[in-house]
Design a protein around this ligand. Structure first.
Ligand code: NAP
Length: 295
């Protein structure tokens, strides 16, 4: 790949090797392999795909994984019972509840029943609050993966203007917090659907992070020449010319923006592979008691 492209696949493979070496070392020292569990409720196709790729990733670094598949009609109480069981099971280091949950289940209630020390997605109020305060915590996988991409690509962040498009709890908001941290030291503007003069604000960005869920939204005229562009969007678009019948595109009009950016993440192969690897990093931290002491 040319050096304008931030190769998330390559960087994530490197991190996987580092994790695999740490896991092997734990096993050599008589410790169990880190164990990540996932709970999936219902038959949602995308959720099934995400959970199988997380399982595969776990195995590729020598971690143990288990998946709890519950029927769509599972009650909130039954799911809370599963959460309690996972909280108490000493063999499980961390676990995730695959979202979205069926409508009859209160997502917030279930997520906040997860023990913070096992919340490797970083979605509980405790971990979100600790992130805000700059305390040790599990950082949500996608923003954590983007921070790794930025660091490992040698992108200078100090005093830079960063514009984050999208303020979701899982991507945009934590991204804005992380980029404004001491040590990273960027000046952040967080945009959303009510932001005025969006193209003008985007054009000020040295680093532009697009996480709005609208395919091809960021066009070349919204990007300052020489800016770094991070595309978080994932859109499956029908494509009869592709062997799979579809292609994956991002929130950025890649072909045009590529011409003006100094660096850009492709979709696929940019932020996506980093998200899964971040979950593995969090699981390793959970197993080693690096964020919360092991009980
Ligand atoms: P989300 O929860 O739907 O949030 C979208 C955000 O974009 C909201 O804050 C919304 O503003 C804002 N927005 C929507 N339209 C806008 C517009 N026209 N102008 C400015 N802001 C606008 O999305 P998300 O969960 O953060 O995900 C964003 C994208 O990233 C999706 O394509 C998703 O599939 C992808 N994603 C990828 C990964 C990965 O691993 N690569 C991980 C997670 C998500 P309001 O708050 O005002 O509504």
């Amino acid at each position: 790949m040319d050096n304008k492209i931030i190769d998330g696949k390559l960087i994530s493979d490197q991190i996987k090797k580092e994790i695999a070496a740490e896991v092997a070392d734990m096993i050599d020292h008589g410790k169990p392999a880190p164990h990540l569990a996932a709970v999936i409720v219902g038959e949602d196709g995308a959720s099934q795909t995400y959970v199988s790729s997380k399982e595969k990733a776990c195995h590729s670094v020598g971690m143990t994984s288990s998946v709890y598949r519950l029927p769509a009609k599972t009650t909130e109480q039954e799911l809370l019972d599963t959460v309690k069981f996972l909280n108490e099971d000493p063999e499980i280091d961390g676990y995730i509840i695959q979202l979205p949950l069926p409508k009859h289940i209160d997502e917030d209630k279930v997520i906040n029943a997860i023990k913070p020390s096992k919340d490797v997605d970083g979605f509980t109020s405790i971990n979100v609050g600790r992130l805000q305060l700059g305390l040790p915590c599990f950082v949500p996988a996608t923003p954590n993966g983007i921070m790794e991409l930025i660091k490992r690509s040698g992108i200078d962040t100090v005093g830079k203007d960063v514009v984050v498009l999208g303020r979701s709890n899982i991507v945009g908001t934590p991204m804005a917090i992380l980029m404004s941290r001491k040590g990273i030291d960027s000046t952040v503007t967080l945009c959303h659907s009510r932001t005025k003069n969006l193209p003008e604000i985007c054009r000020r960005a040295d680093i532009l992070v697009a996480a709005i869920g609208k395919q091809g939204f960021v066009t070349a005229d919204m990007v300052k020449p020489g800016a770094v562009v991070i595309d978080v969007g994932i859109h499956r678009i029908e494509d009869p010319n592709s062997p799979k019948g579809y292609k994956i595109l991002g929130d950025v009009d890649y072909d045009e923006v590529y011409k003006v950016a100094s660096k850009i993440t492709p979709v696929p192969g940019g932020v996506g592979p980093m998200t899964i690897v971040s979950l593995l990093q969090n699981t390793l931290k959970a197993a080693k008691g690096k964020i919360y002491p092991k009980e």
